[in-house]
Write a protein that binds this ligand. Structure first.
Ligand code: PA5
Length: 424
């Protein structure tokens, strides 16, 4: 389903000891006996998805679609990136049909929030506020403004336009949601933010955007099954994890996720969070970076070709596209592009990939290439599950707990102290 190739060959990677190490990781992980096992709920979430919950998500999405022009998704990190990654990968660039999905609470810009409030004033609005802890400051600040706006504008009707996705038993958001009678969805206890795209955290906004969540889930279910069953040497999720760790040990401490498809931009953002928060701890971990080609060939391309040799590059290519343009022969060839006549822009990008990968390889950048057959709901579901599983294997190979993020507390404490939050 996902093809993986590697520029330097993998024959020496699969020693008897390595295969044994992977088998041990796999056994412990699927038995939920490994580090962070309290957060392994995502592993079989797609296949064990409760059909009533799926129906509830779809019906709620239909209600939101009927009553709104705009859905504002309030959340940060894992509470919004999964939905945004899927939505932006699958929606058209310009002519977006149906409900417009906007985001808030992923930063604290007064100008952004003010302009958002002005913009939505011309539209019918619903809100999906998402926070597993229910206490994260950035979304809480945005929600305070948007809740006040909704109550002023809609009165009692506001509570039927606000949807809360949070913990089942605790947190300030749960208290507010109960008090106001908002429709609620639960973030499962055993699923962390960055692994939550296939729970209501991701699926409700994705469904509101008009994307078929059954197909997204079906892709994830197929990935869950295939990537469990496939032997190590044929399993792209395990091979990707193995290669990353092999390269890391060889001093390649930066991974650049490169793509020629602009719609993958938020999948790159989601991937950075997934791998960065899962592996960057205990003084270890690959720094995940991303570039969008060919745009960044005219900016970071120089560094990648010729700068410090502590990086490797992972391309994500999409094999087949629905929409494309073909270069044509112009009457006058003043721009000297007639040599491209008959070539589609997708084919141009395939050549651009080949040329770029070869150049970077010649510049001593190891190249991993992942190929996704198509950019559609099913394959995006497959892809995101693939990355989550690979990240878990990779974190365990690195000997870290891939499911905690103790490091993100340090900046919060400082901000709270500076803002004189009671108790700090
Ligand atoms: O992946 C994670 O756990 C984090 O990125 C969280 O999703 C993020 O910090 C938001 O947390 P919460 O959903 O509790 O508001």
């Amino acid at each position: 389903m996902i093809q993986l190739s590697y520029s330097d060959g993998e024959s020496d990677l699969l020693s008897v000891e390595t295969i044994q190490q992977i088998e041990d990781i796999k056994t412990k992980m699927y038995r939920k006996e490994s580090a962070g096992s309290d957060f392994l709920g995502w592993l079989d979430f797609p296949s064990s998805f409760d059909p009533h919950l799926l129906q509830d998500i779809q019906q709620t999405a239909d209600t939101i679609k009927k009553q709104s022009d705009v859905l504002v998704v309030i959340g940060i990190g894992g509470s919004y990136l999964g939905a945004r990654a899927v939505i932006e990968a699958l929606q058209p660039y310009f002519q977006k049909a149906g409900v417009e999905v906007l985001y808030a609470g992923h930063q604290v810009s007064g100008a952004y929030l003010k302009e958002l409030l002005e913009y939505i004033d011309q539209k019918d609005v619903s809100i999906n506020v998402i926070s597993k802890s229910g206490t994260t400051t950035e979304p809480a600040v945005a929600f305070r403004f948007l809740q006040q706006y909704m109550e002023k504008r809609y009165g009692d009707e506001a509570s039927s336009r606000i949807f809360a996705t949070t913990d089942e038993n605790k947190g300030a958001l749960l208290t507010v949601a109960r008090e106001k009678g908002y429709k609620r969805f639960v973030v499962p206890d055993d699923v962390g933010g960055r692994y939550s795209v296939f729970t209501p955290v991701g699926l409700l906004p994705i469904a509101v955007a008009g994307i078929n969540i059954n197909n997204v889930l079906h892709g994830a279910q197929t990935a869950e099954k295939e990537l469990y069953e496939l032997d190590v040497e044929y399993n792209p999720a395990i091979r990707y994890a193995l290669l990353r760790n092999h390269l890391y040990e060889a001093g390649k401490t930066n991974e650049i996720f490169a793509s020629f498809e602009p719609k993958l931009h938020y999948i790159q953002e989601w991937w950075k969070q997934l791998f960065g928060e899962s592996e960057g701890k205990d003084g270890k971990g690959i720094l995940p970076l991303s570039v969008s080609y060919t745009t960044d060939l005219h900016s970071l391309g120089q560094y990648i070709q010729d700068g410090k040799r502590n990086l490797f590059e992972t391309f994500l290519n999409v094999e087949e596209v629905d929409e494309d343009l073909e270069m044509f022969e112009a009457d006058s060839d003043e721009d000297q592009l007639n040599y491209l006549a008959g070539l589609s822009l997708h084919e141009f990008n395939k050549k651009a990939y080949e040329g770029t990968a070869q150049a970077h390889q010649d510049g001593s950048v190891p190249i991993i290439t992942l190929t996704l057959p198509k950019l559609d709901d099913y394959h995006v579901g497959y892809l995101l599950y693939f990355y989550m599983l690979s990240c878990a294997y990779s974190g365990y190979m690195l000997d870290v707990n891939p499911f905690d993020q103790p490091g993100v507390e340090a900046y919060k404490k400082n901000i709270f102290k500076l803002l004189k939050k009671p108790g700090y």
